[in-house]
Design a protein around this ligand. Sequence first.
Ligand code: 5GP
Ligand code: MG
Length: 369
Amino acid sequence: MIKLHDKYFKPFISAKEIDKAMTRMATEIANDIGDEIPVFIGILNGSFMVVSDFVKKYPKPCEVTFIKLASYEGVKSTEDIQRLIGLTQDLTGRTVVVLEDIIDTGNTLAEVHRIFKNEQVKSLKIATLFYKPEAYKKDYKLHYIGIEIPNKFIVGYGLDYDGLGRNIPEVYQIKETQYMTNLVLFGPPGAGKGTQAEFLKEKYNLVHISTGDVFRFNIKNETALGMLAKSYMDKGALVPDQVTIDMLEAEVEKNTDANGFIFDGFPRTNAQAKALDVLMQSKDSSISAMIALEVDDEILVQRLIGRGKTSGRADDADESIIRNRIKEYYDKTAILKDYYSAQNKYFGVDGVGSVEDITIRLSNAIDKL
Ligand code: 5GP
Ligand code: MG
């Protein structure tokens, strides 16, 4: 992974793959052109590296020149193309091949065609190393295409992000999500998980995804996933993990600009933990840590009995029910503790003390991630 200015990029296309595509294009173009001497025209700035490597691979005599256009601001293409250096030589009767680094919307290409409209060239061919078919909005034929890529911002091999990255010999793609702190939060009943989640959310600007809330939201709003989940619940069957994961994915997608997520109530099994890893990976991210509040059983029992007296919650009134819930918690989370420990991602935090003290302990653990 690399960082340019404020953004993170991941390796996407290796120098070797680029070289292969370039060789293929040079051979193809040489075969089509035959013995004529073509003029290759690079579009500056981006295509300097493409042109340099291309002409070295071109097996026959050729001429090279450049025009300079600019259309990009940051990571977005703009309609407004500036012609900074136009054609500086007469191309009447010549076979011209425009060499582009990348064709995205095609706005730059439209400007290229405007430039050539009044030139009496013999033929005008367009070659591009990279092409984003989903972004392309024009009808101009692309005669030679190196590599088709998805509609995501890339850097390297001549391509920049606000000036940086042009010198990198391979191509990097922008990360779907930027750097994130993703926490799986655990705590036995009575450990104060809800209070602490609220605090963590504020302090680290995280999105709290409570699986229970997500379920209730989807069912209440009768989303497709909500209805699907309900159909299992109505039969008294367990909702398949994939349905839950799909709901969580929707939550993650709503918040790709977040600094990260607090997963609460999920995962509960090894299979779910793996599925969550896969989901985060598909978003170019990962789970940073499982944070578990640790509170001695006797203290939990006392806290819950105390809470039962004031709240009147039936499940907080009976000591044996309470002990059973605590036991169940440990039975279920032990597997996850092992799962995340194996990746050095388990952090137990002492959950006894004042709310502020626990908060400080949690922050200390998170700040070290
Ligand atoms: P278009 O005019 O086809 O939308 O975009 C062409 C120009 O935009 C390219 O020559 C390049 O300068 C810039 N561009 C398009 N897509 C990308 C990209 O993914 N990364 C970078 N760095 N520049 C791009
Ligand atoms: Mg360009």
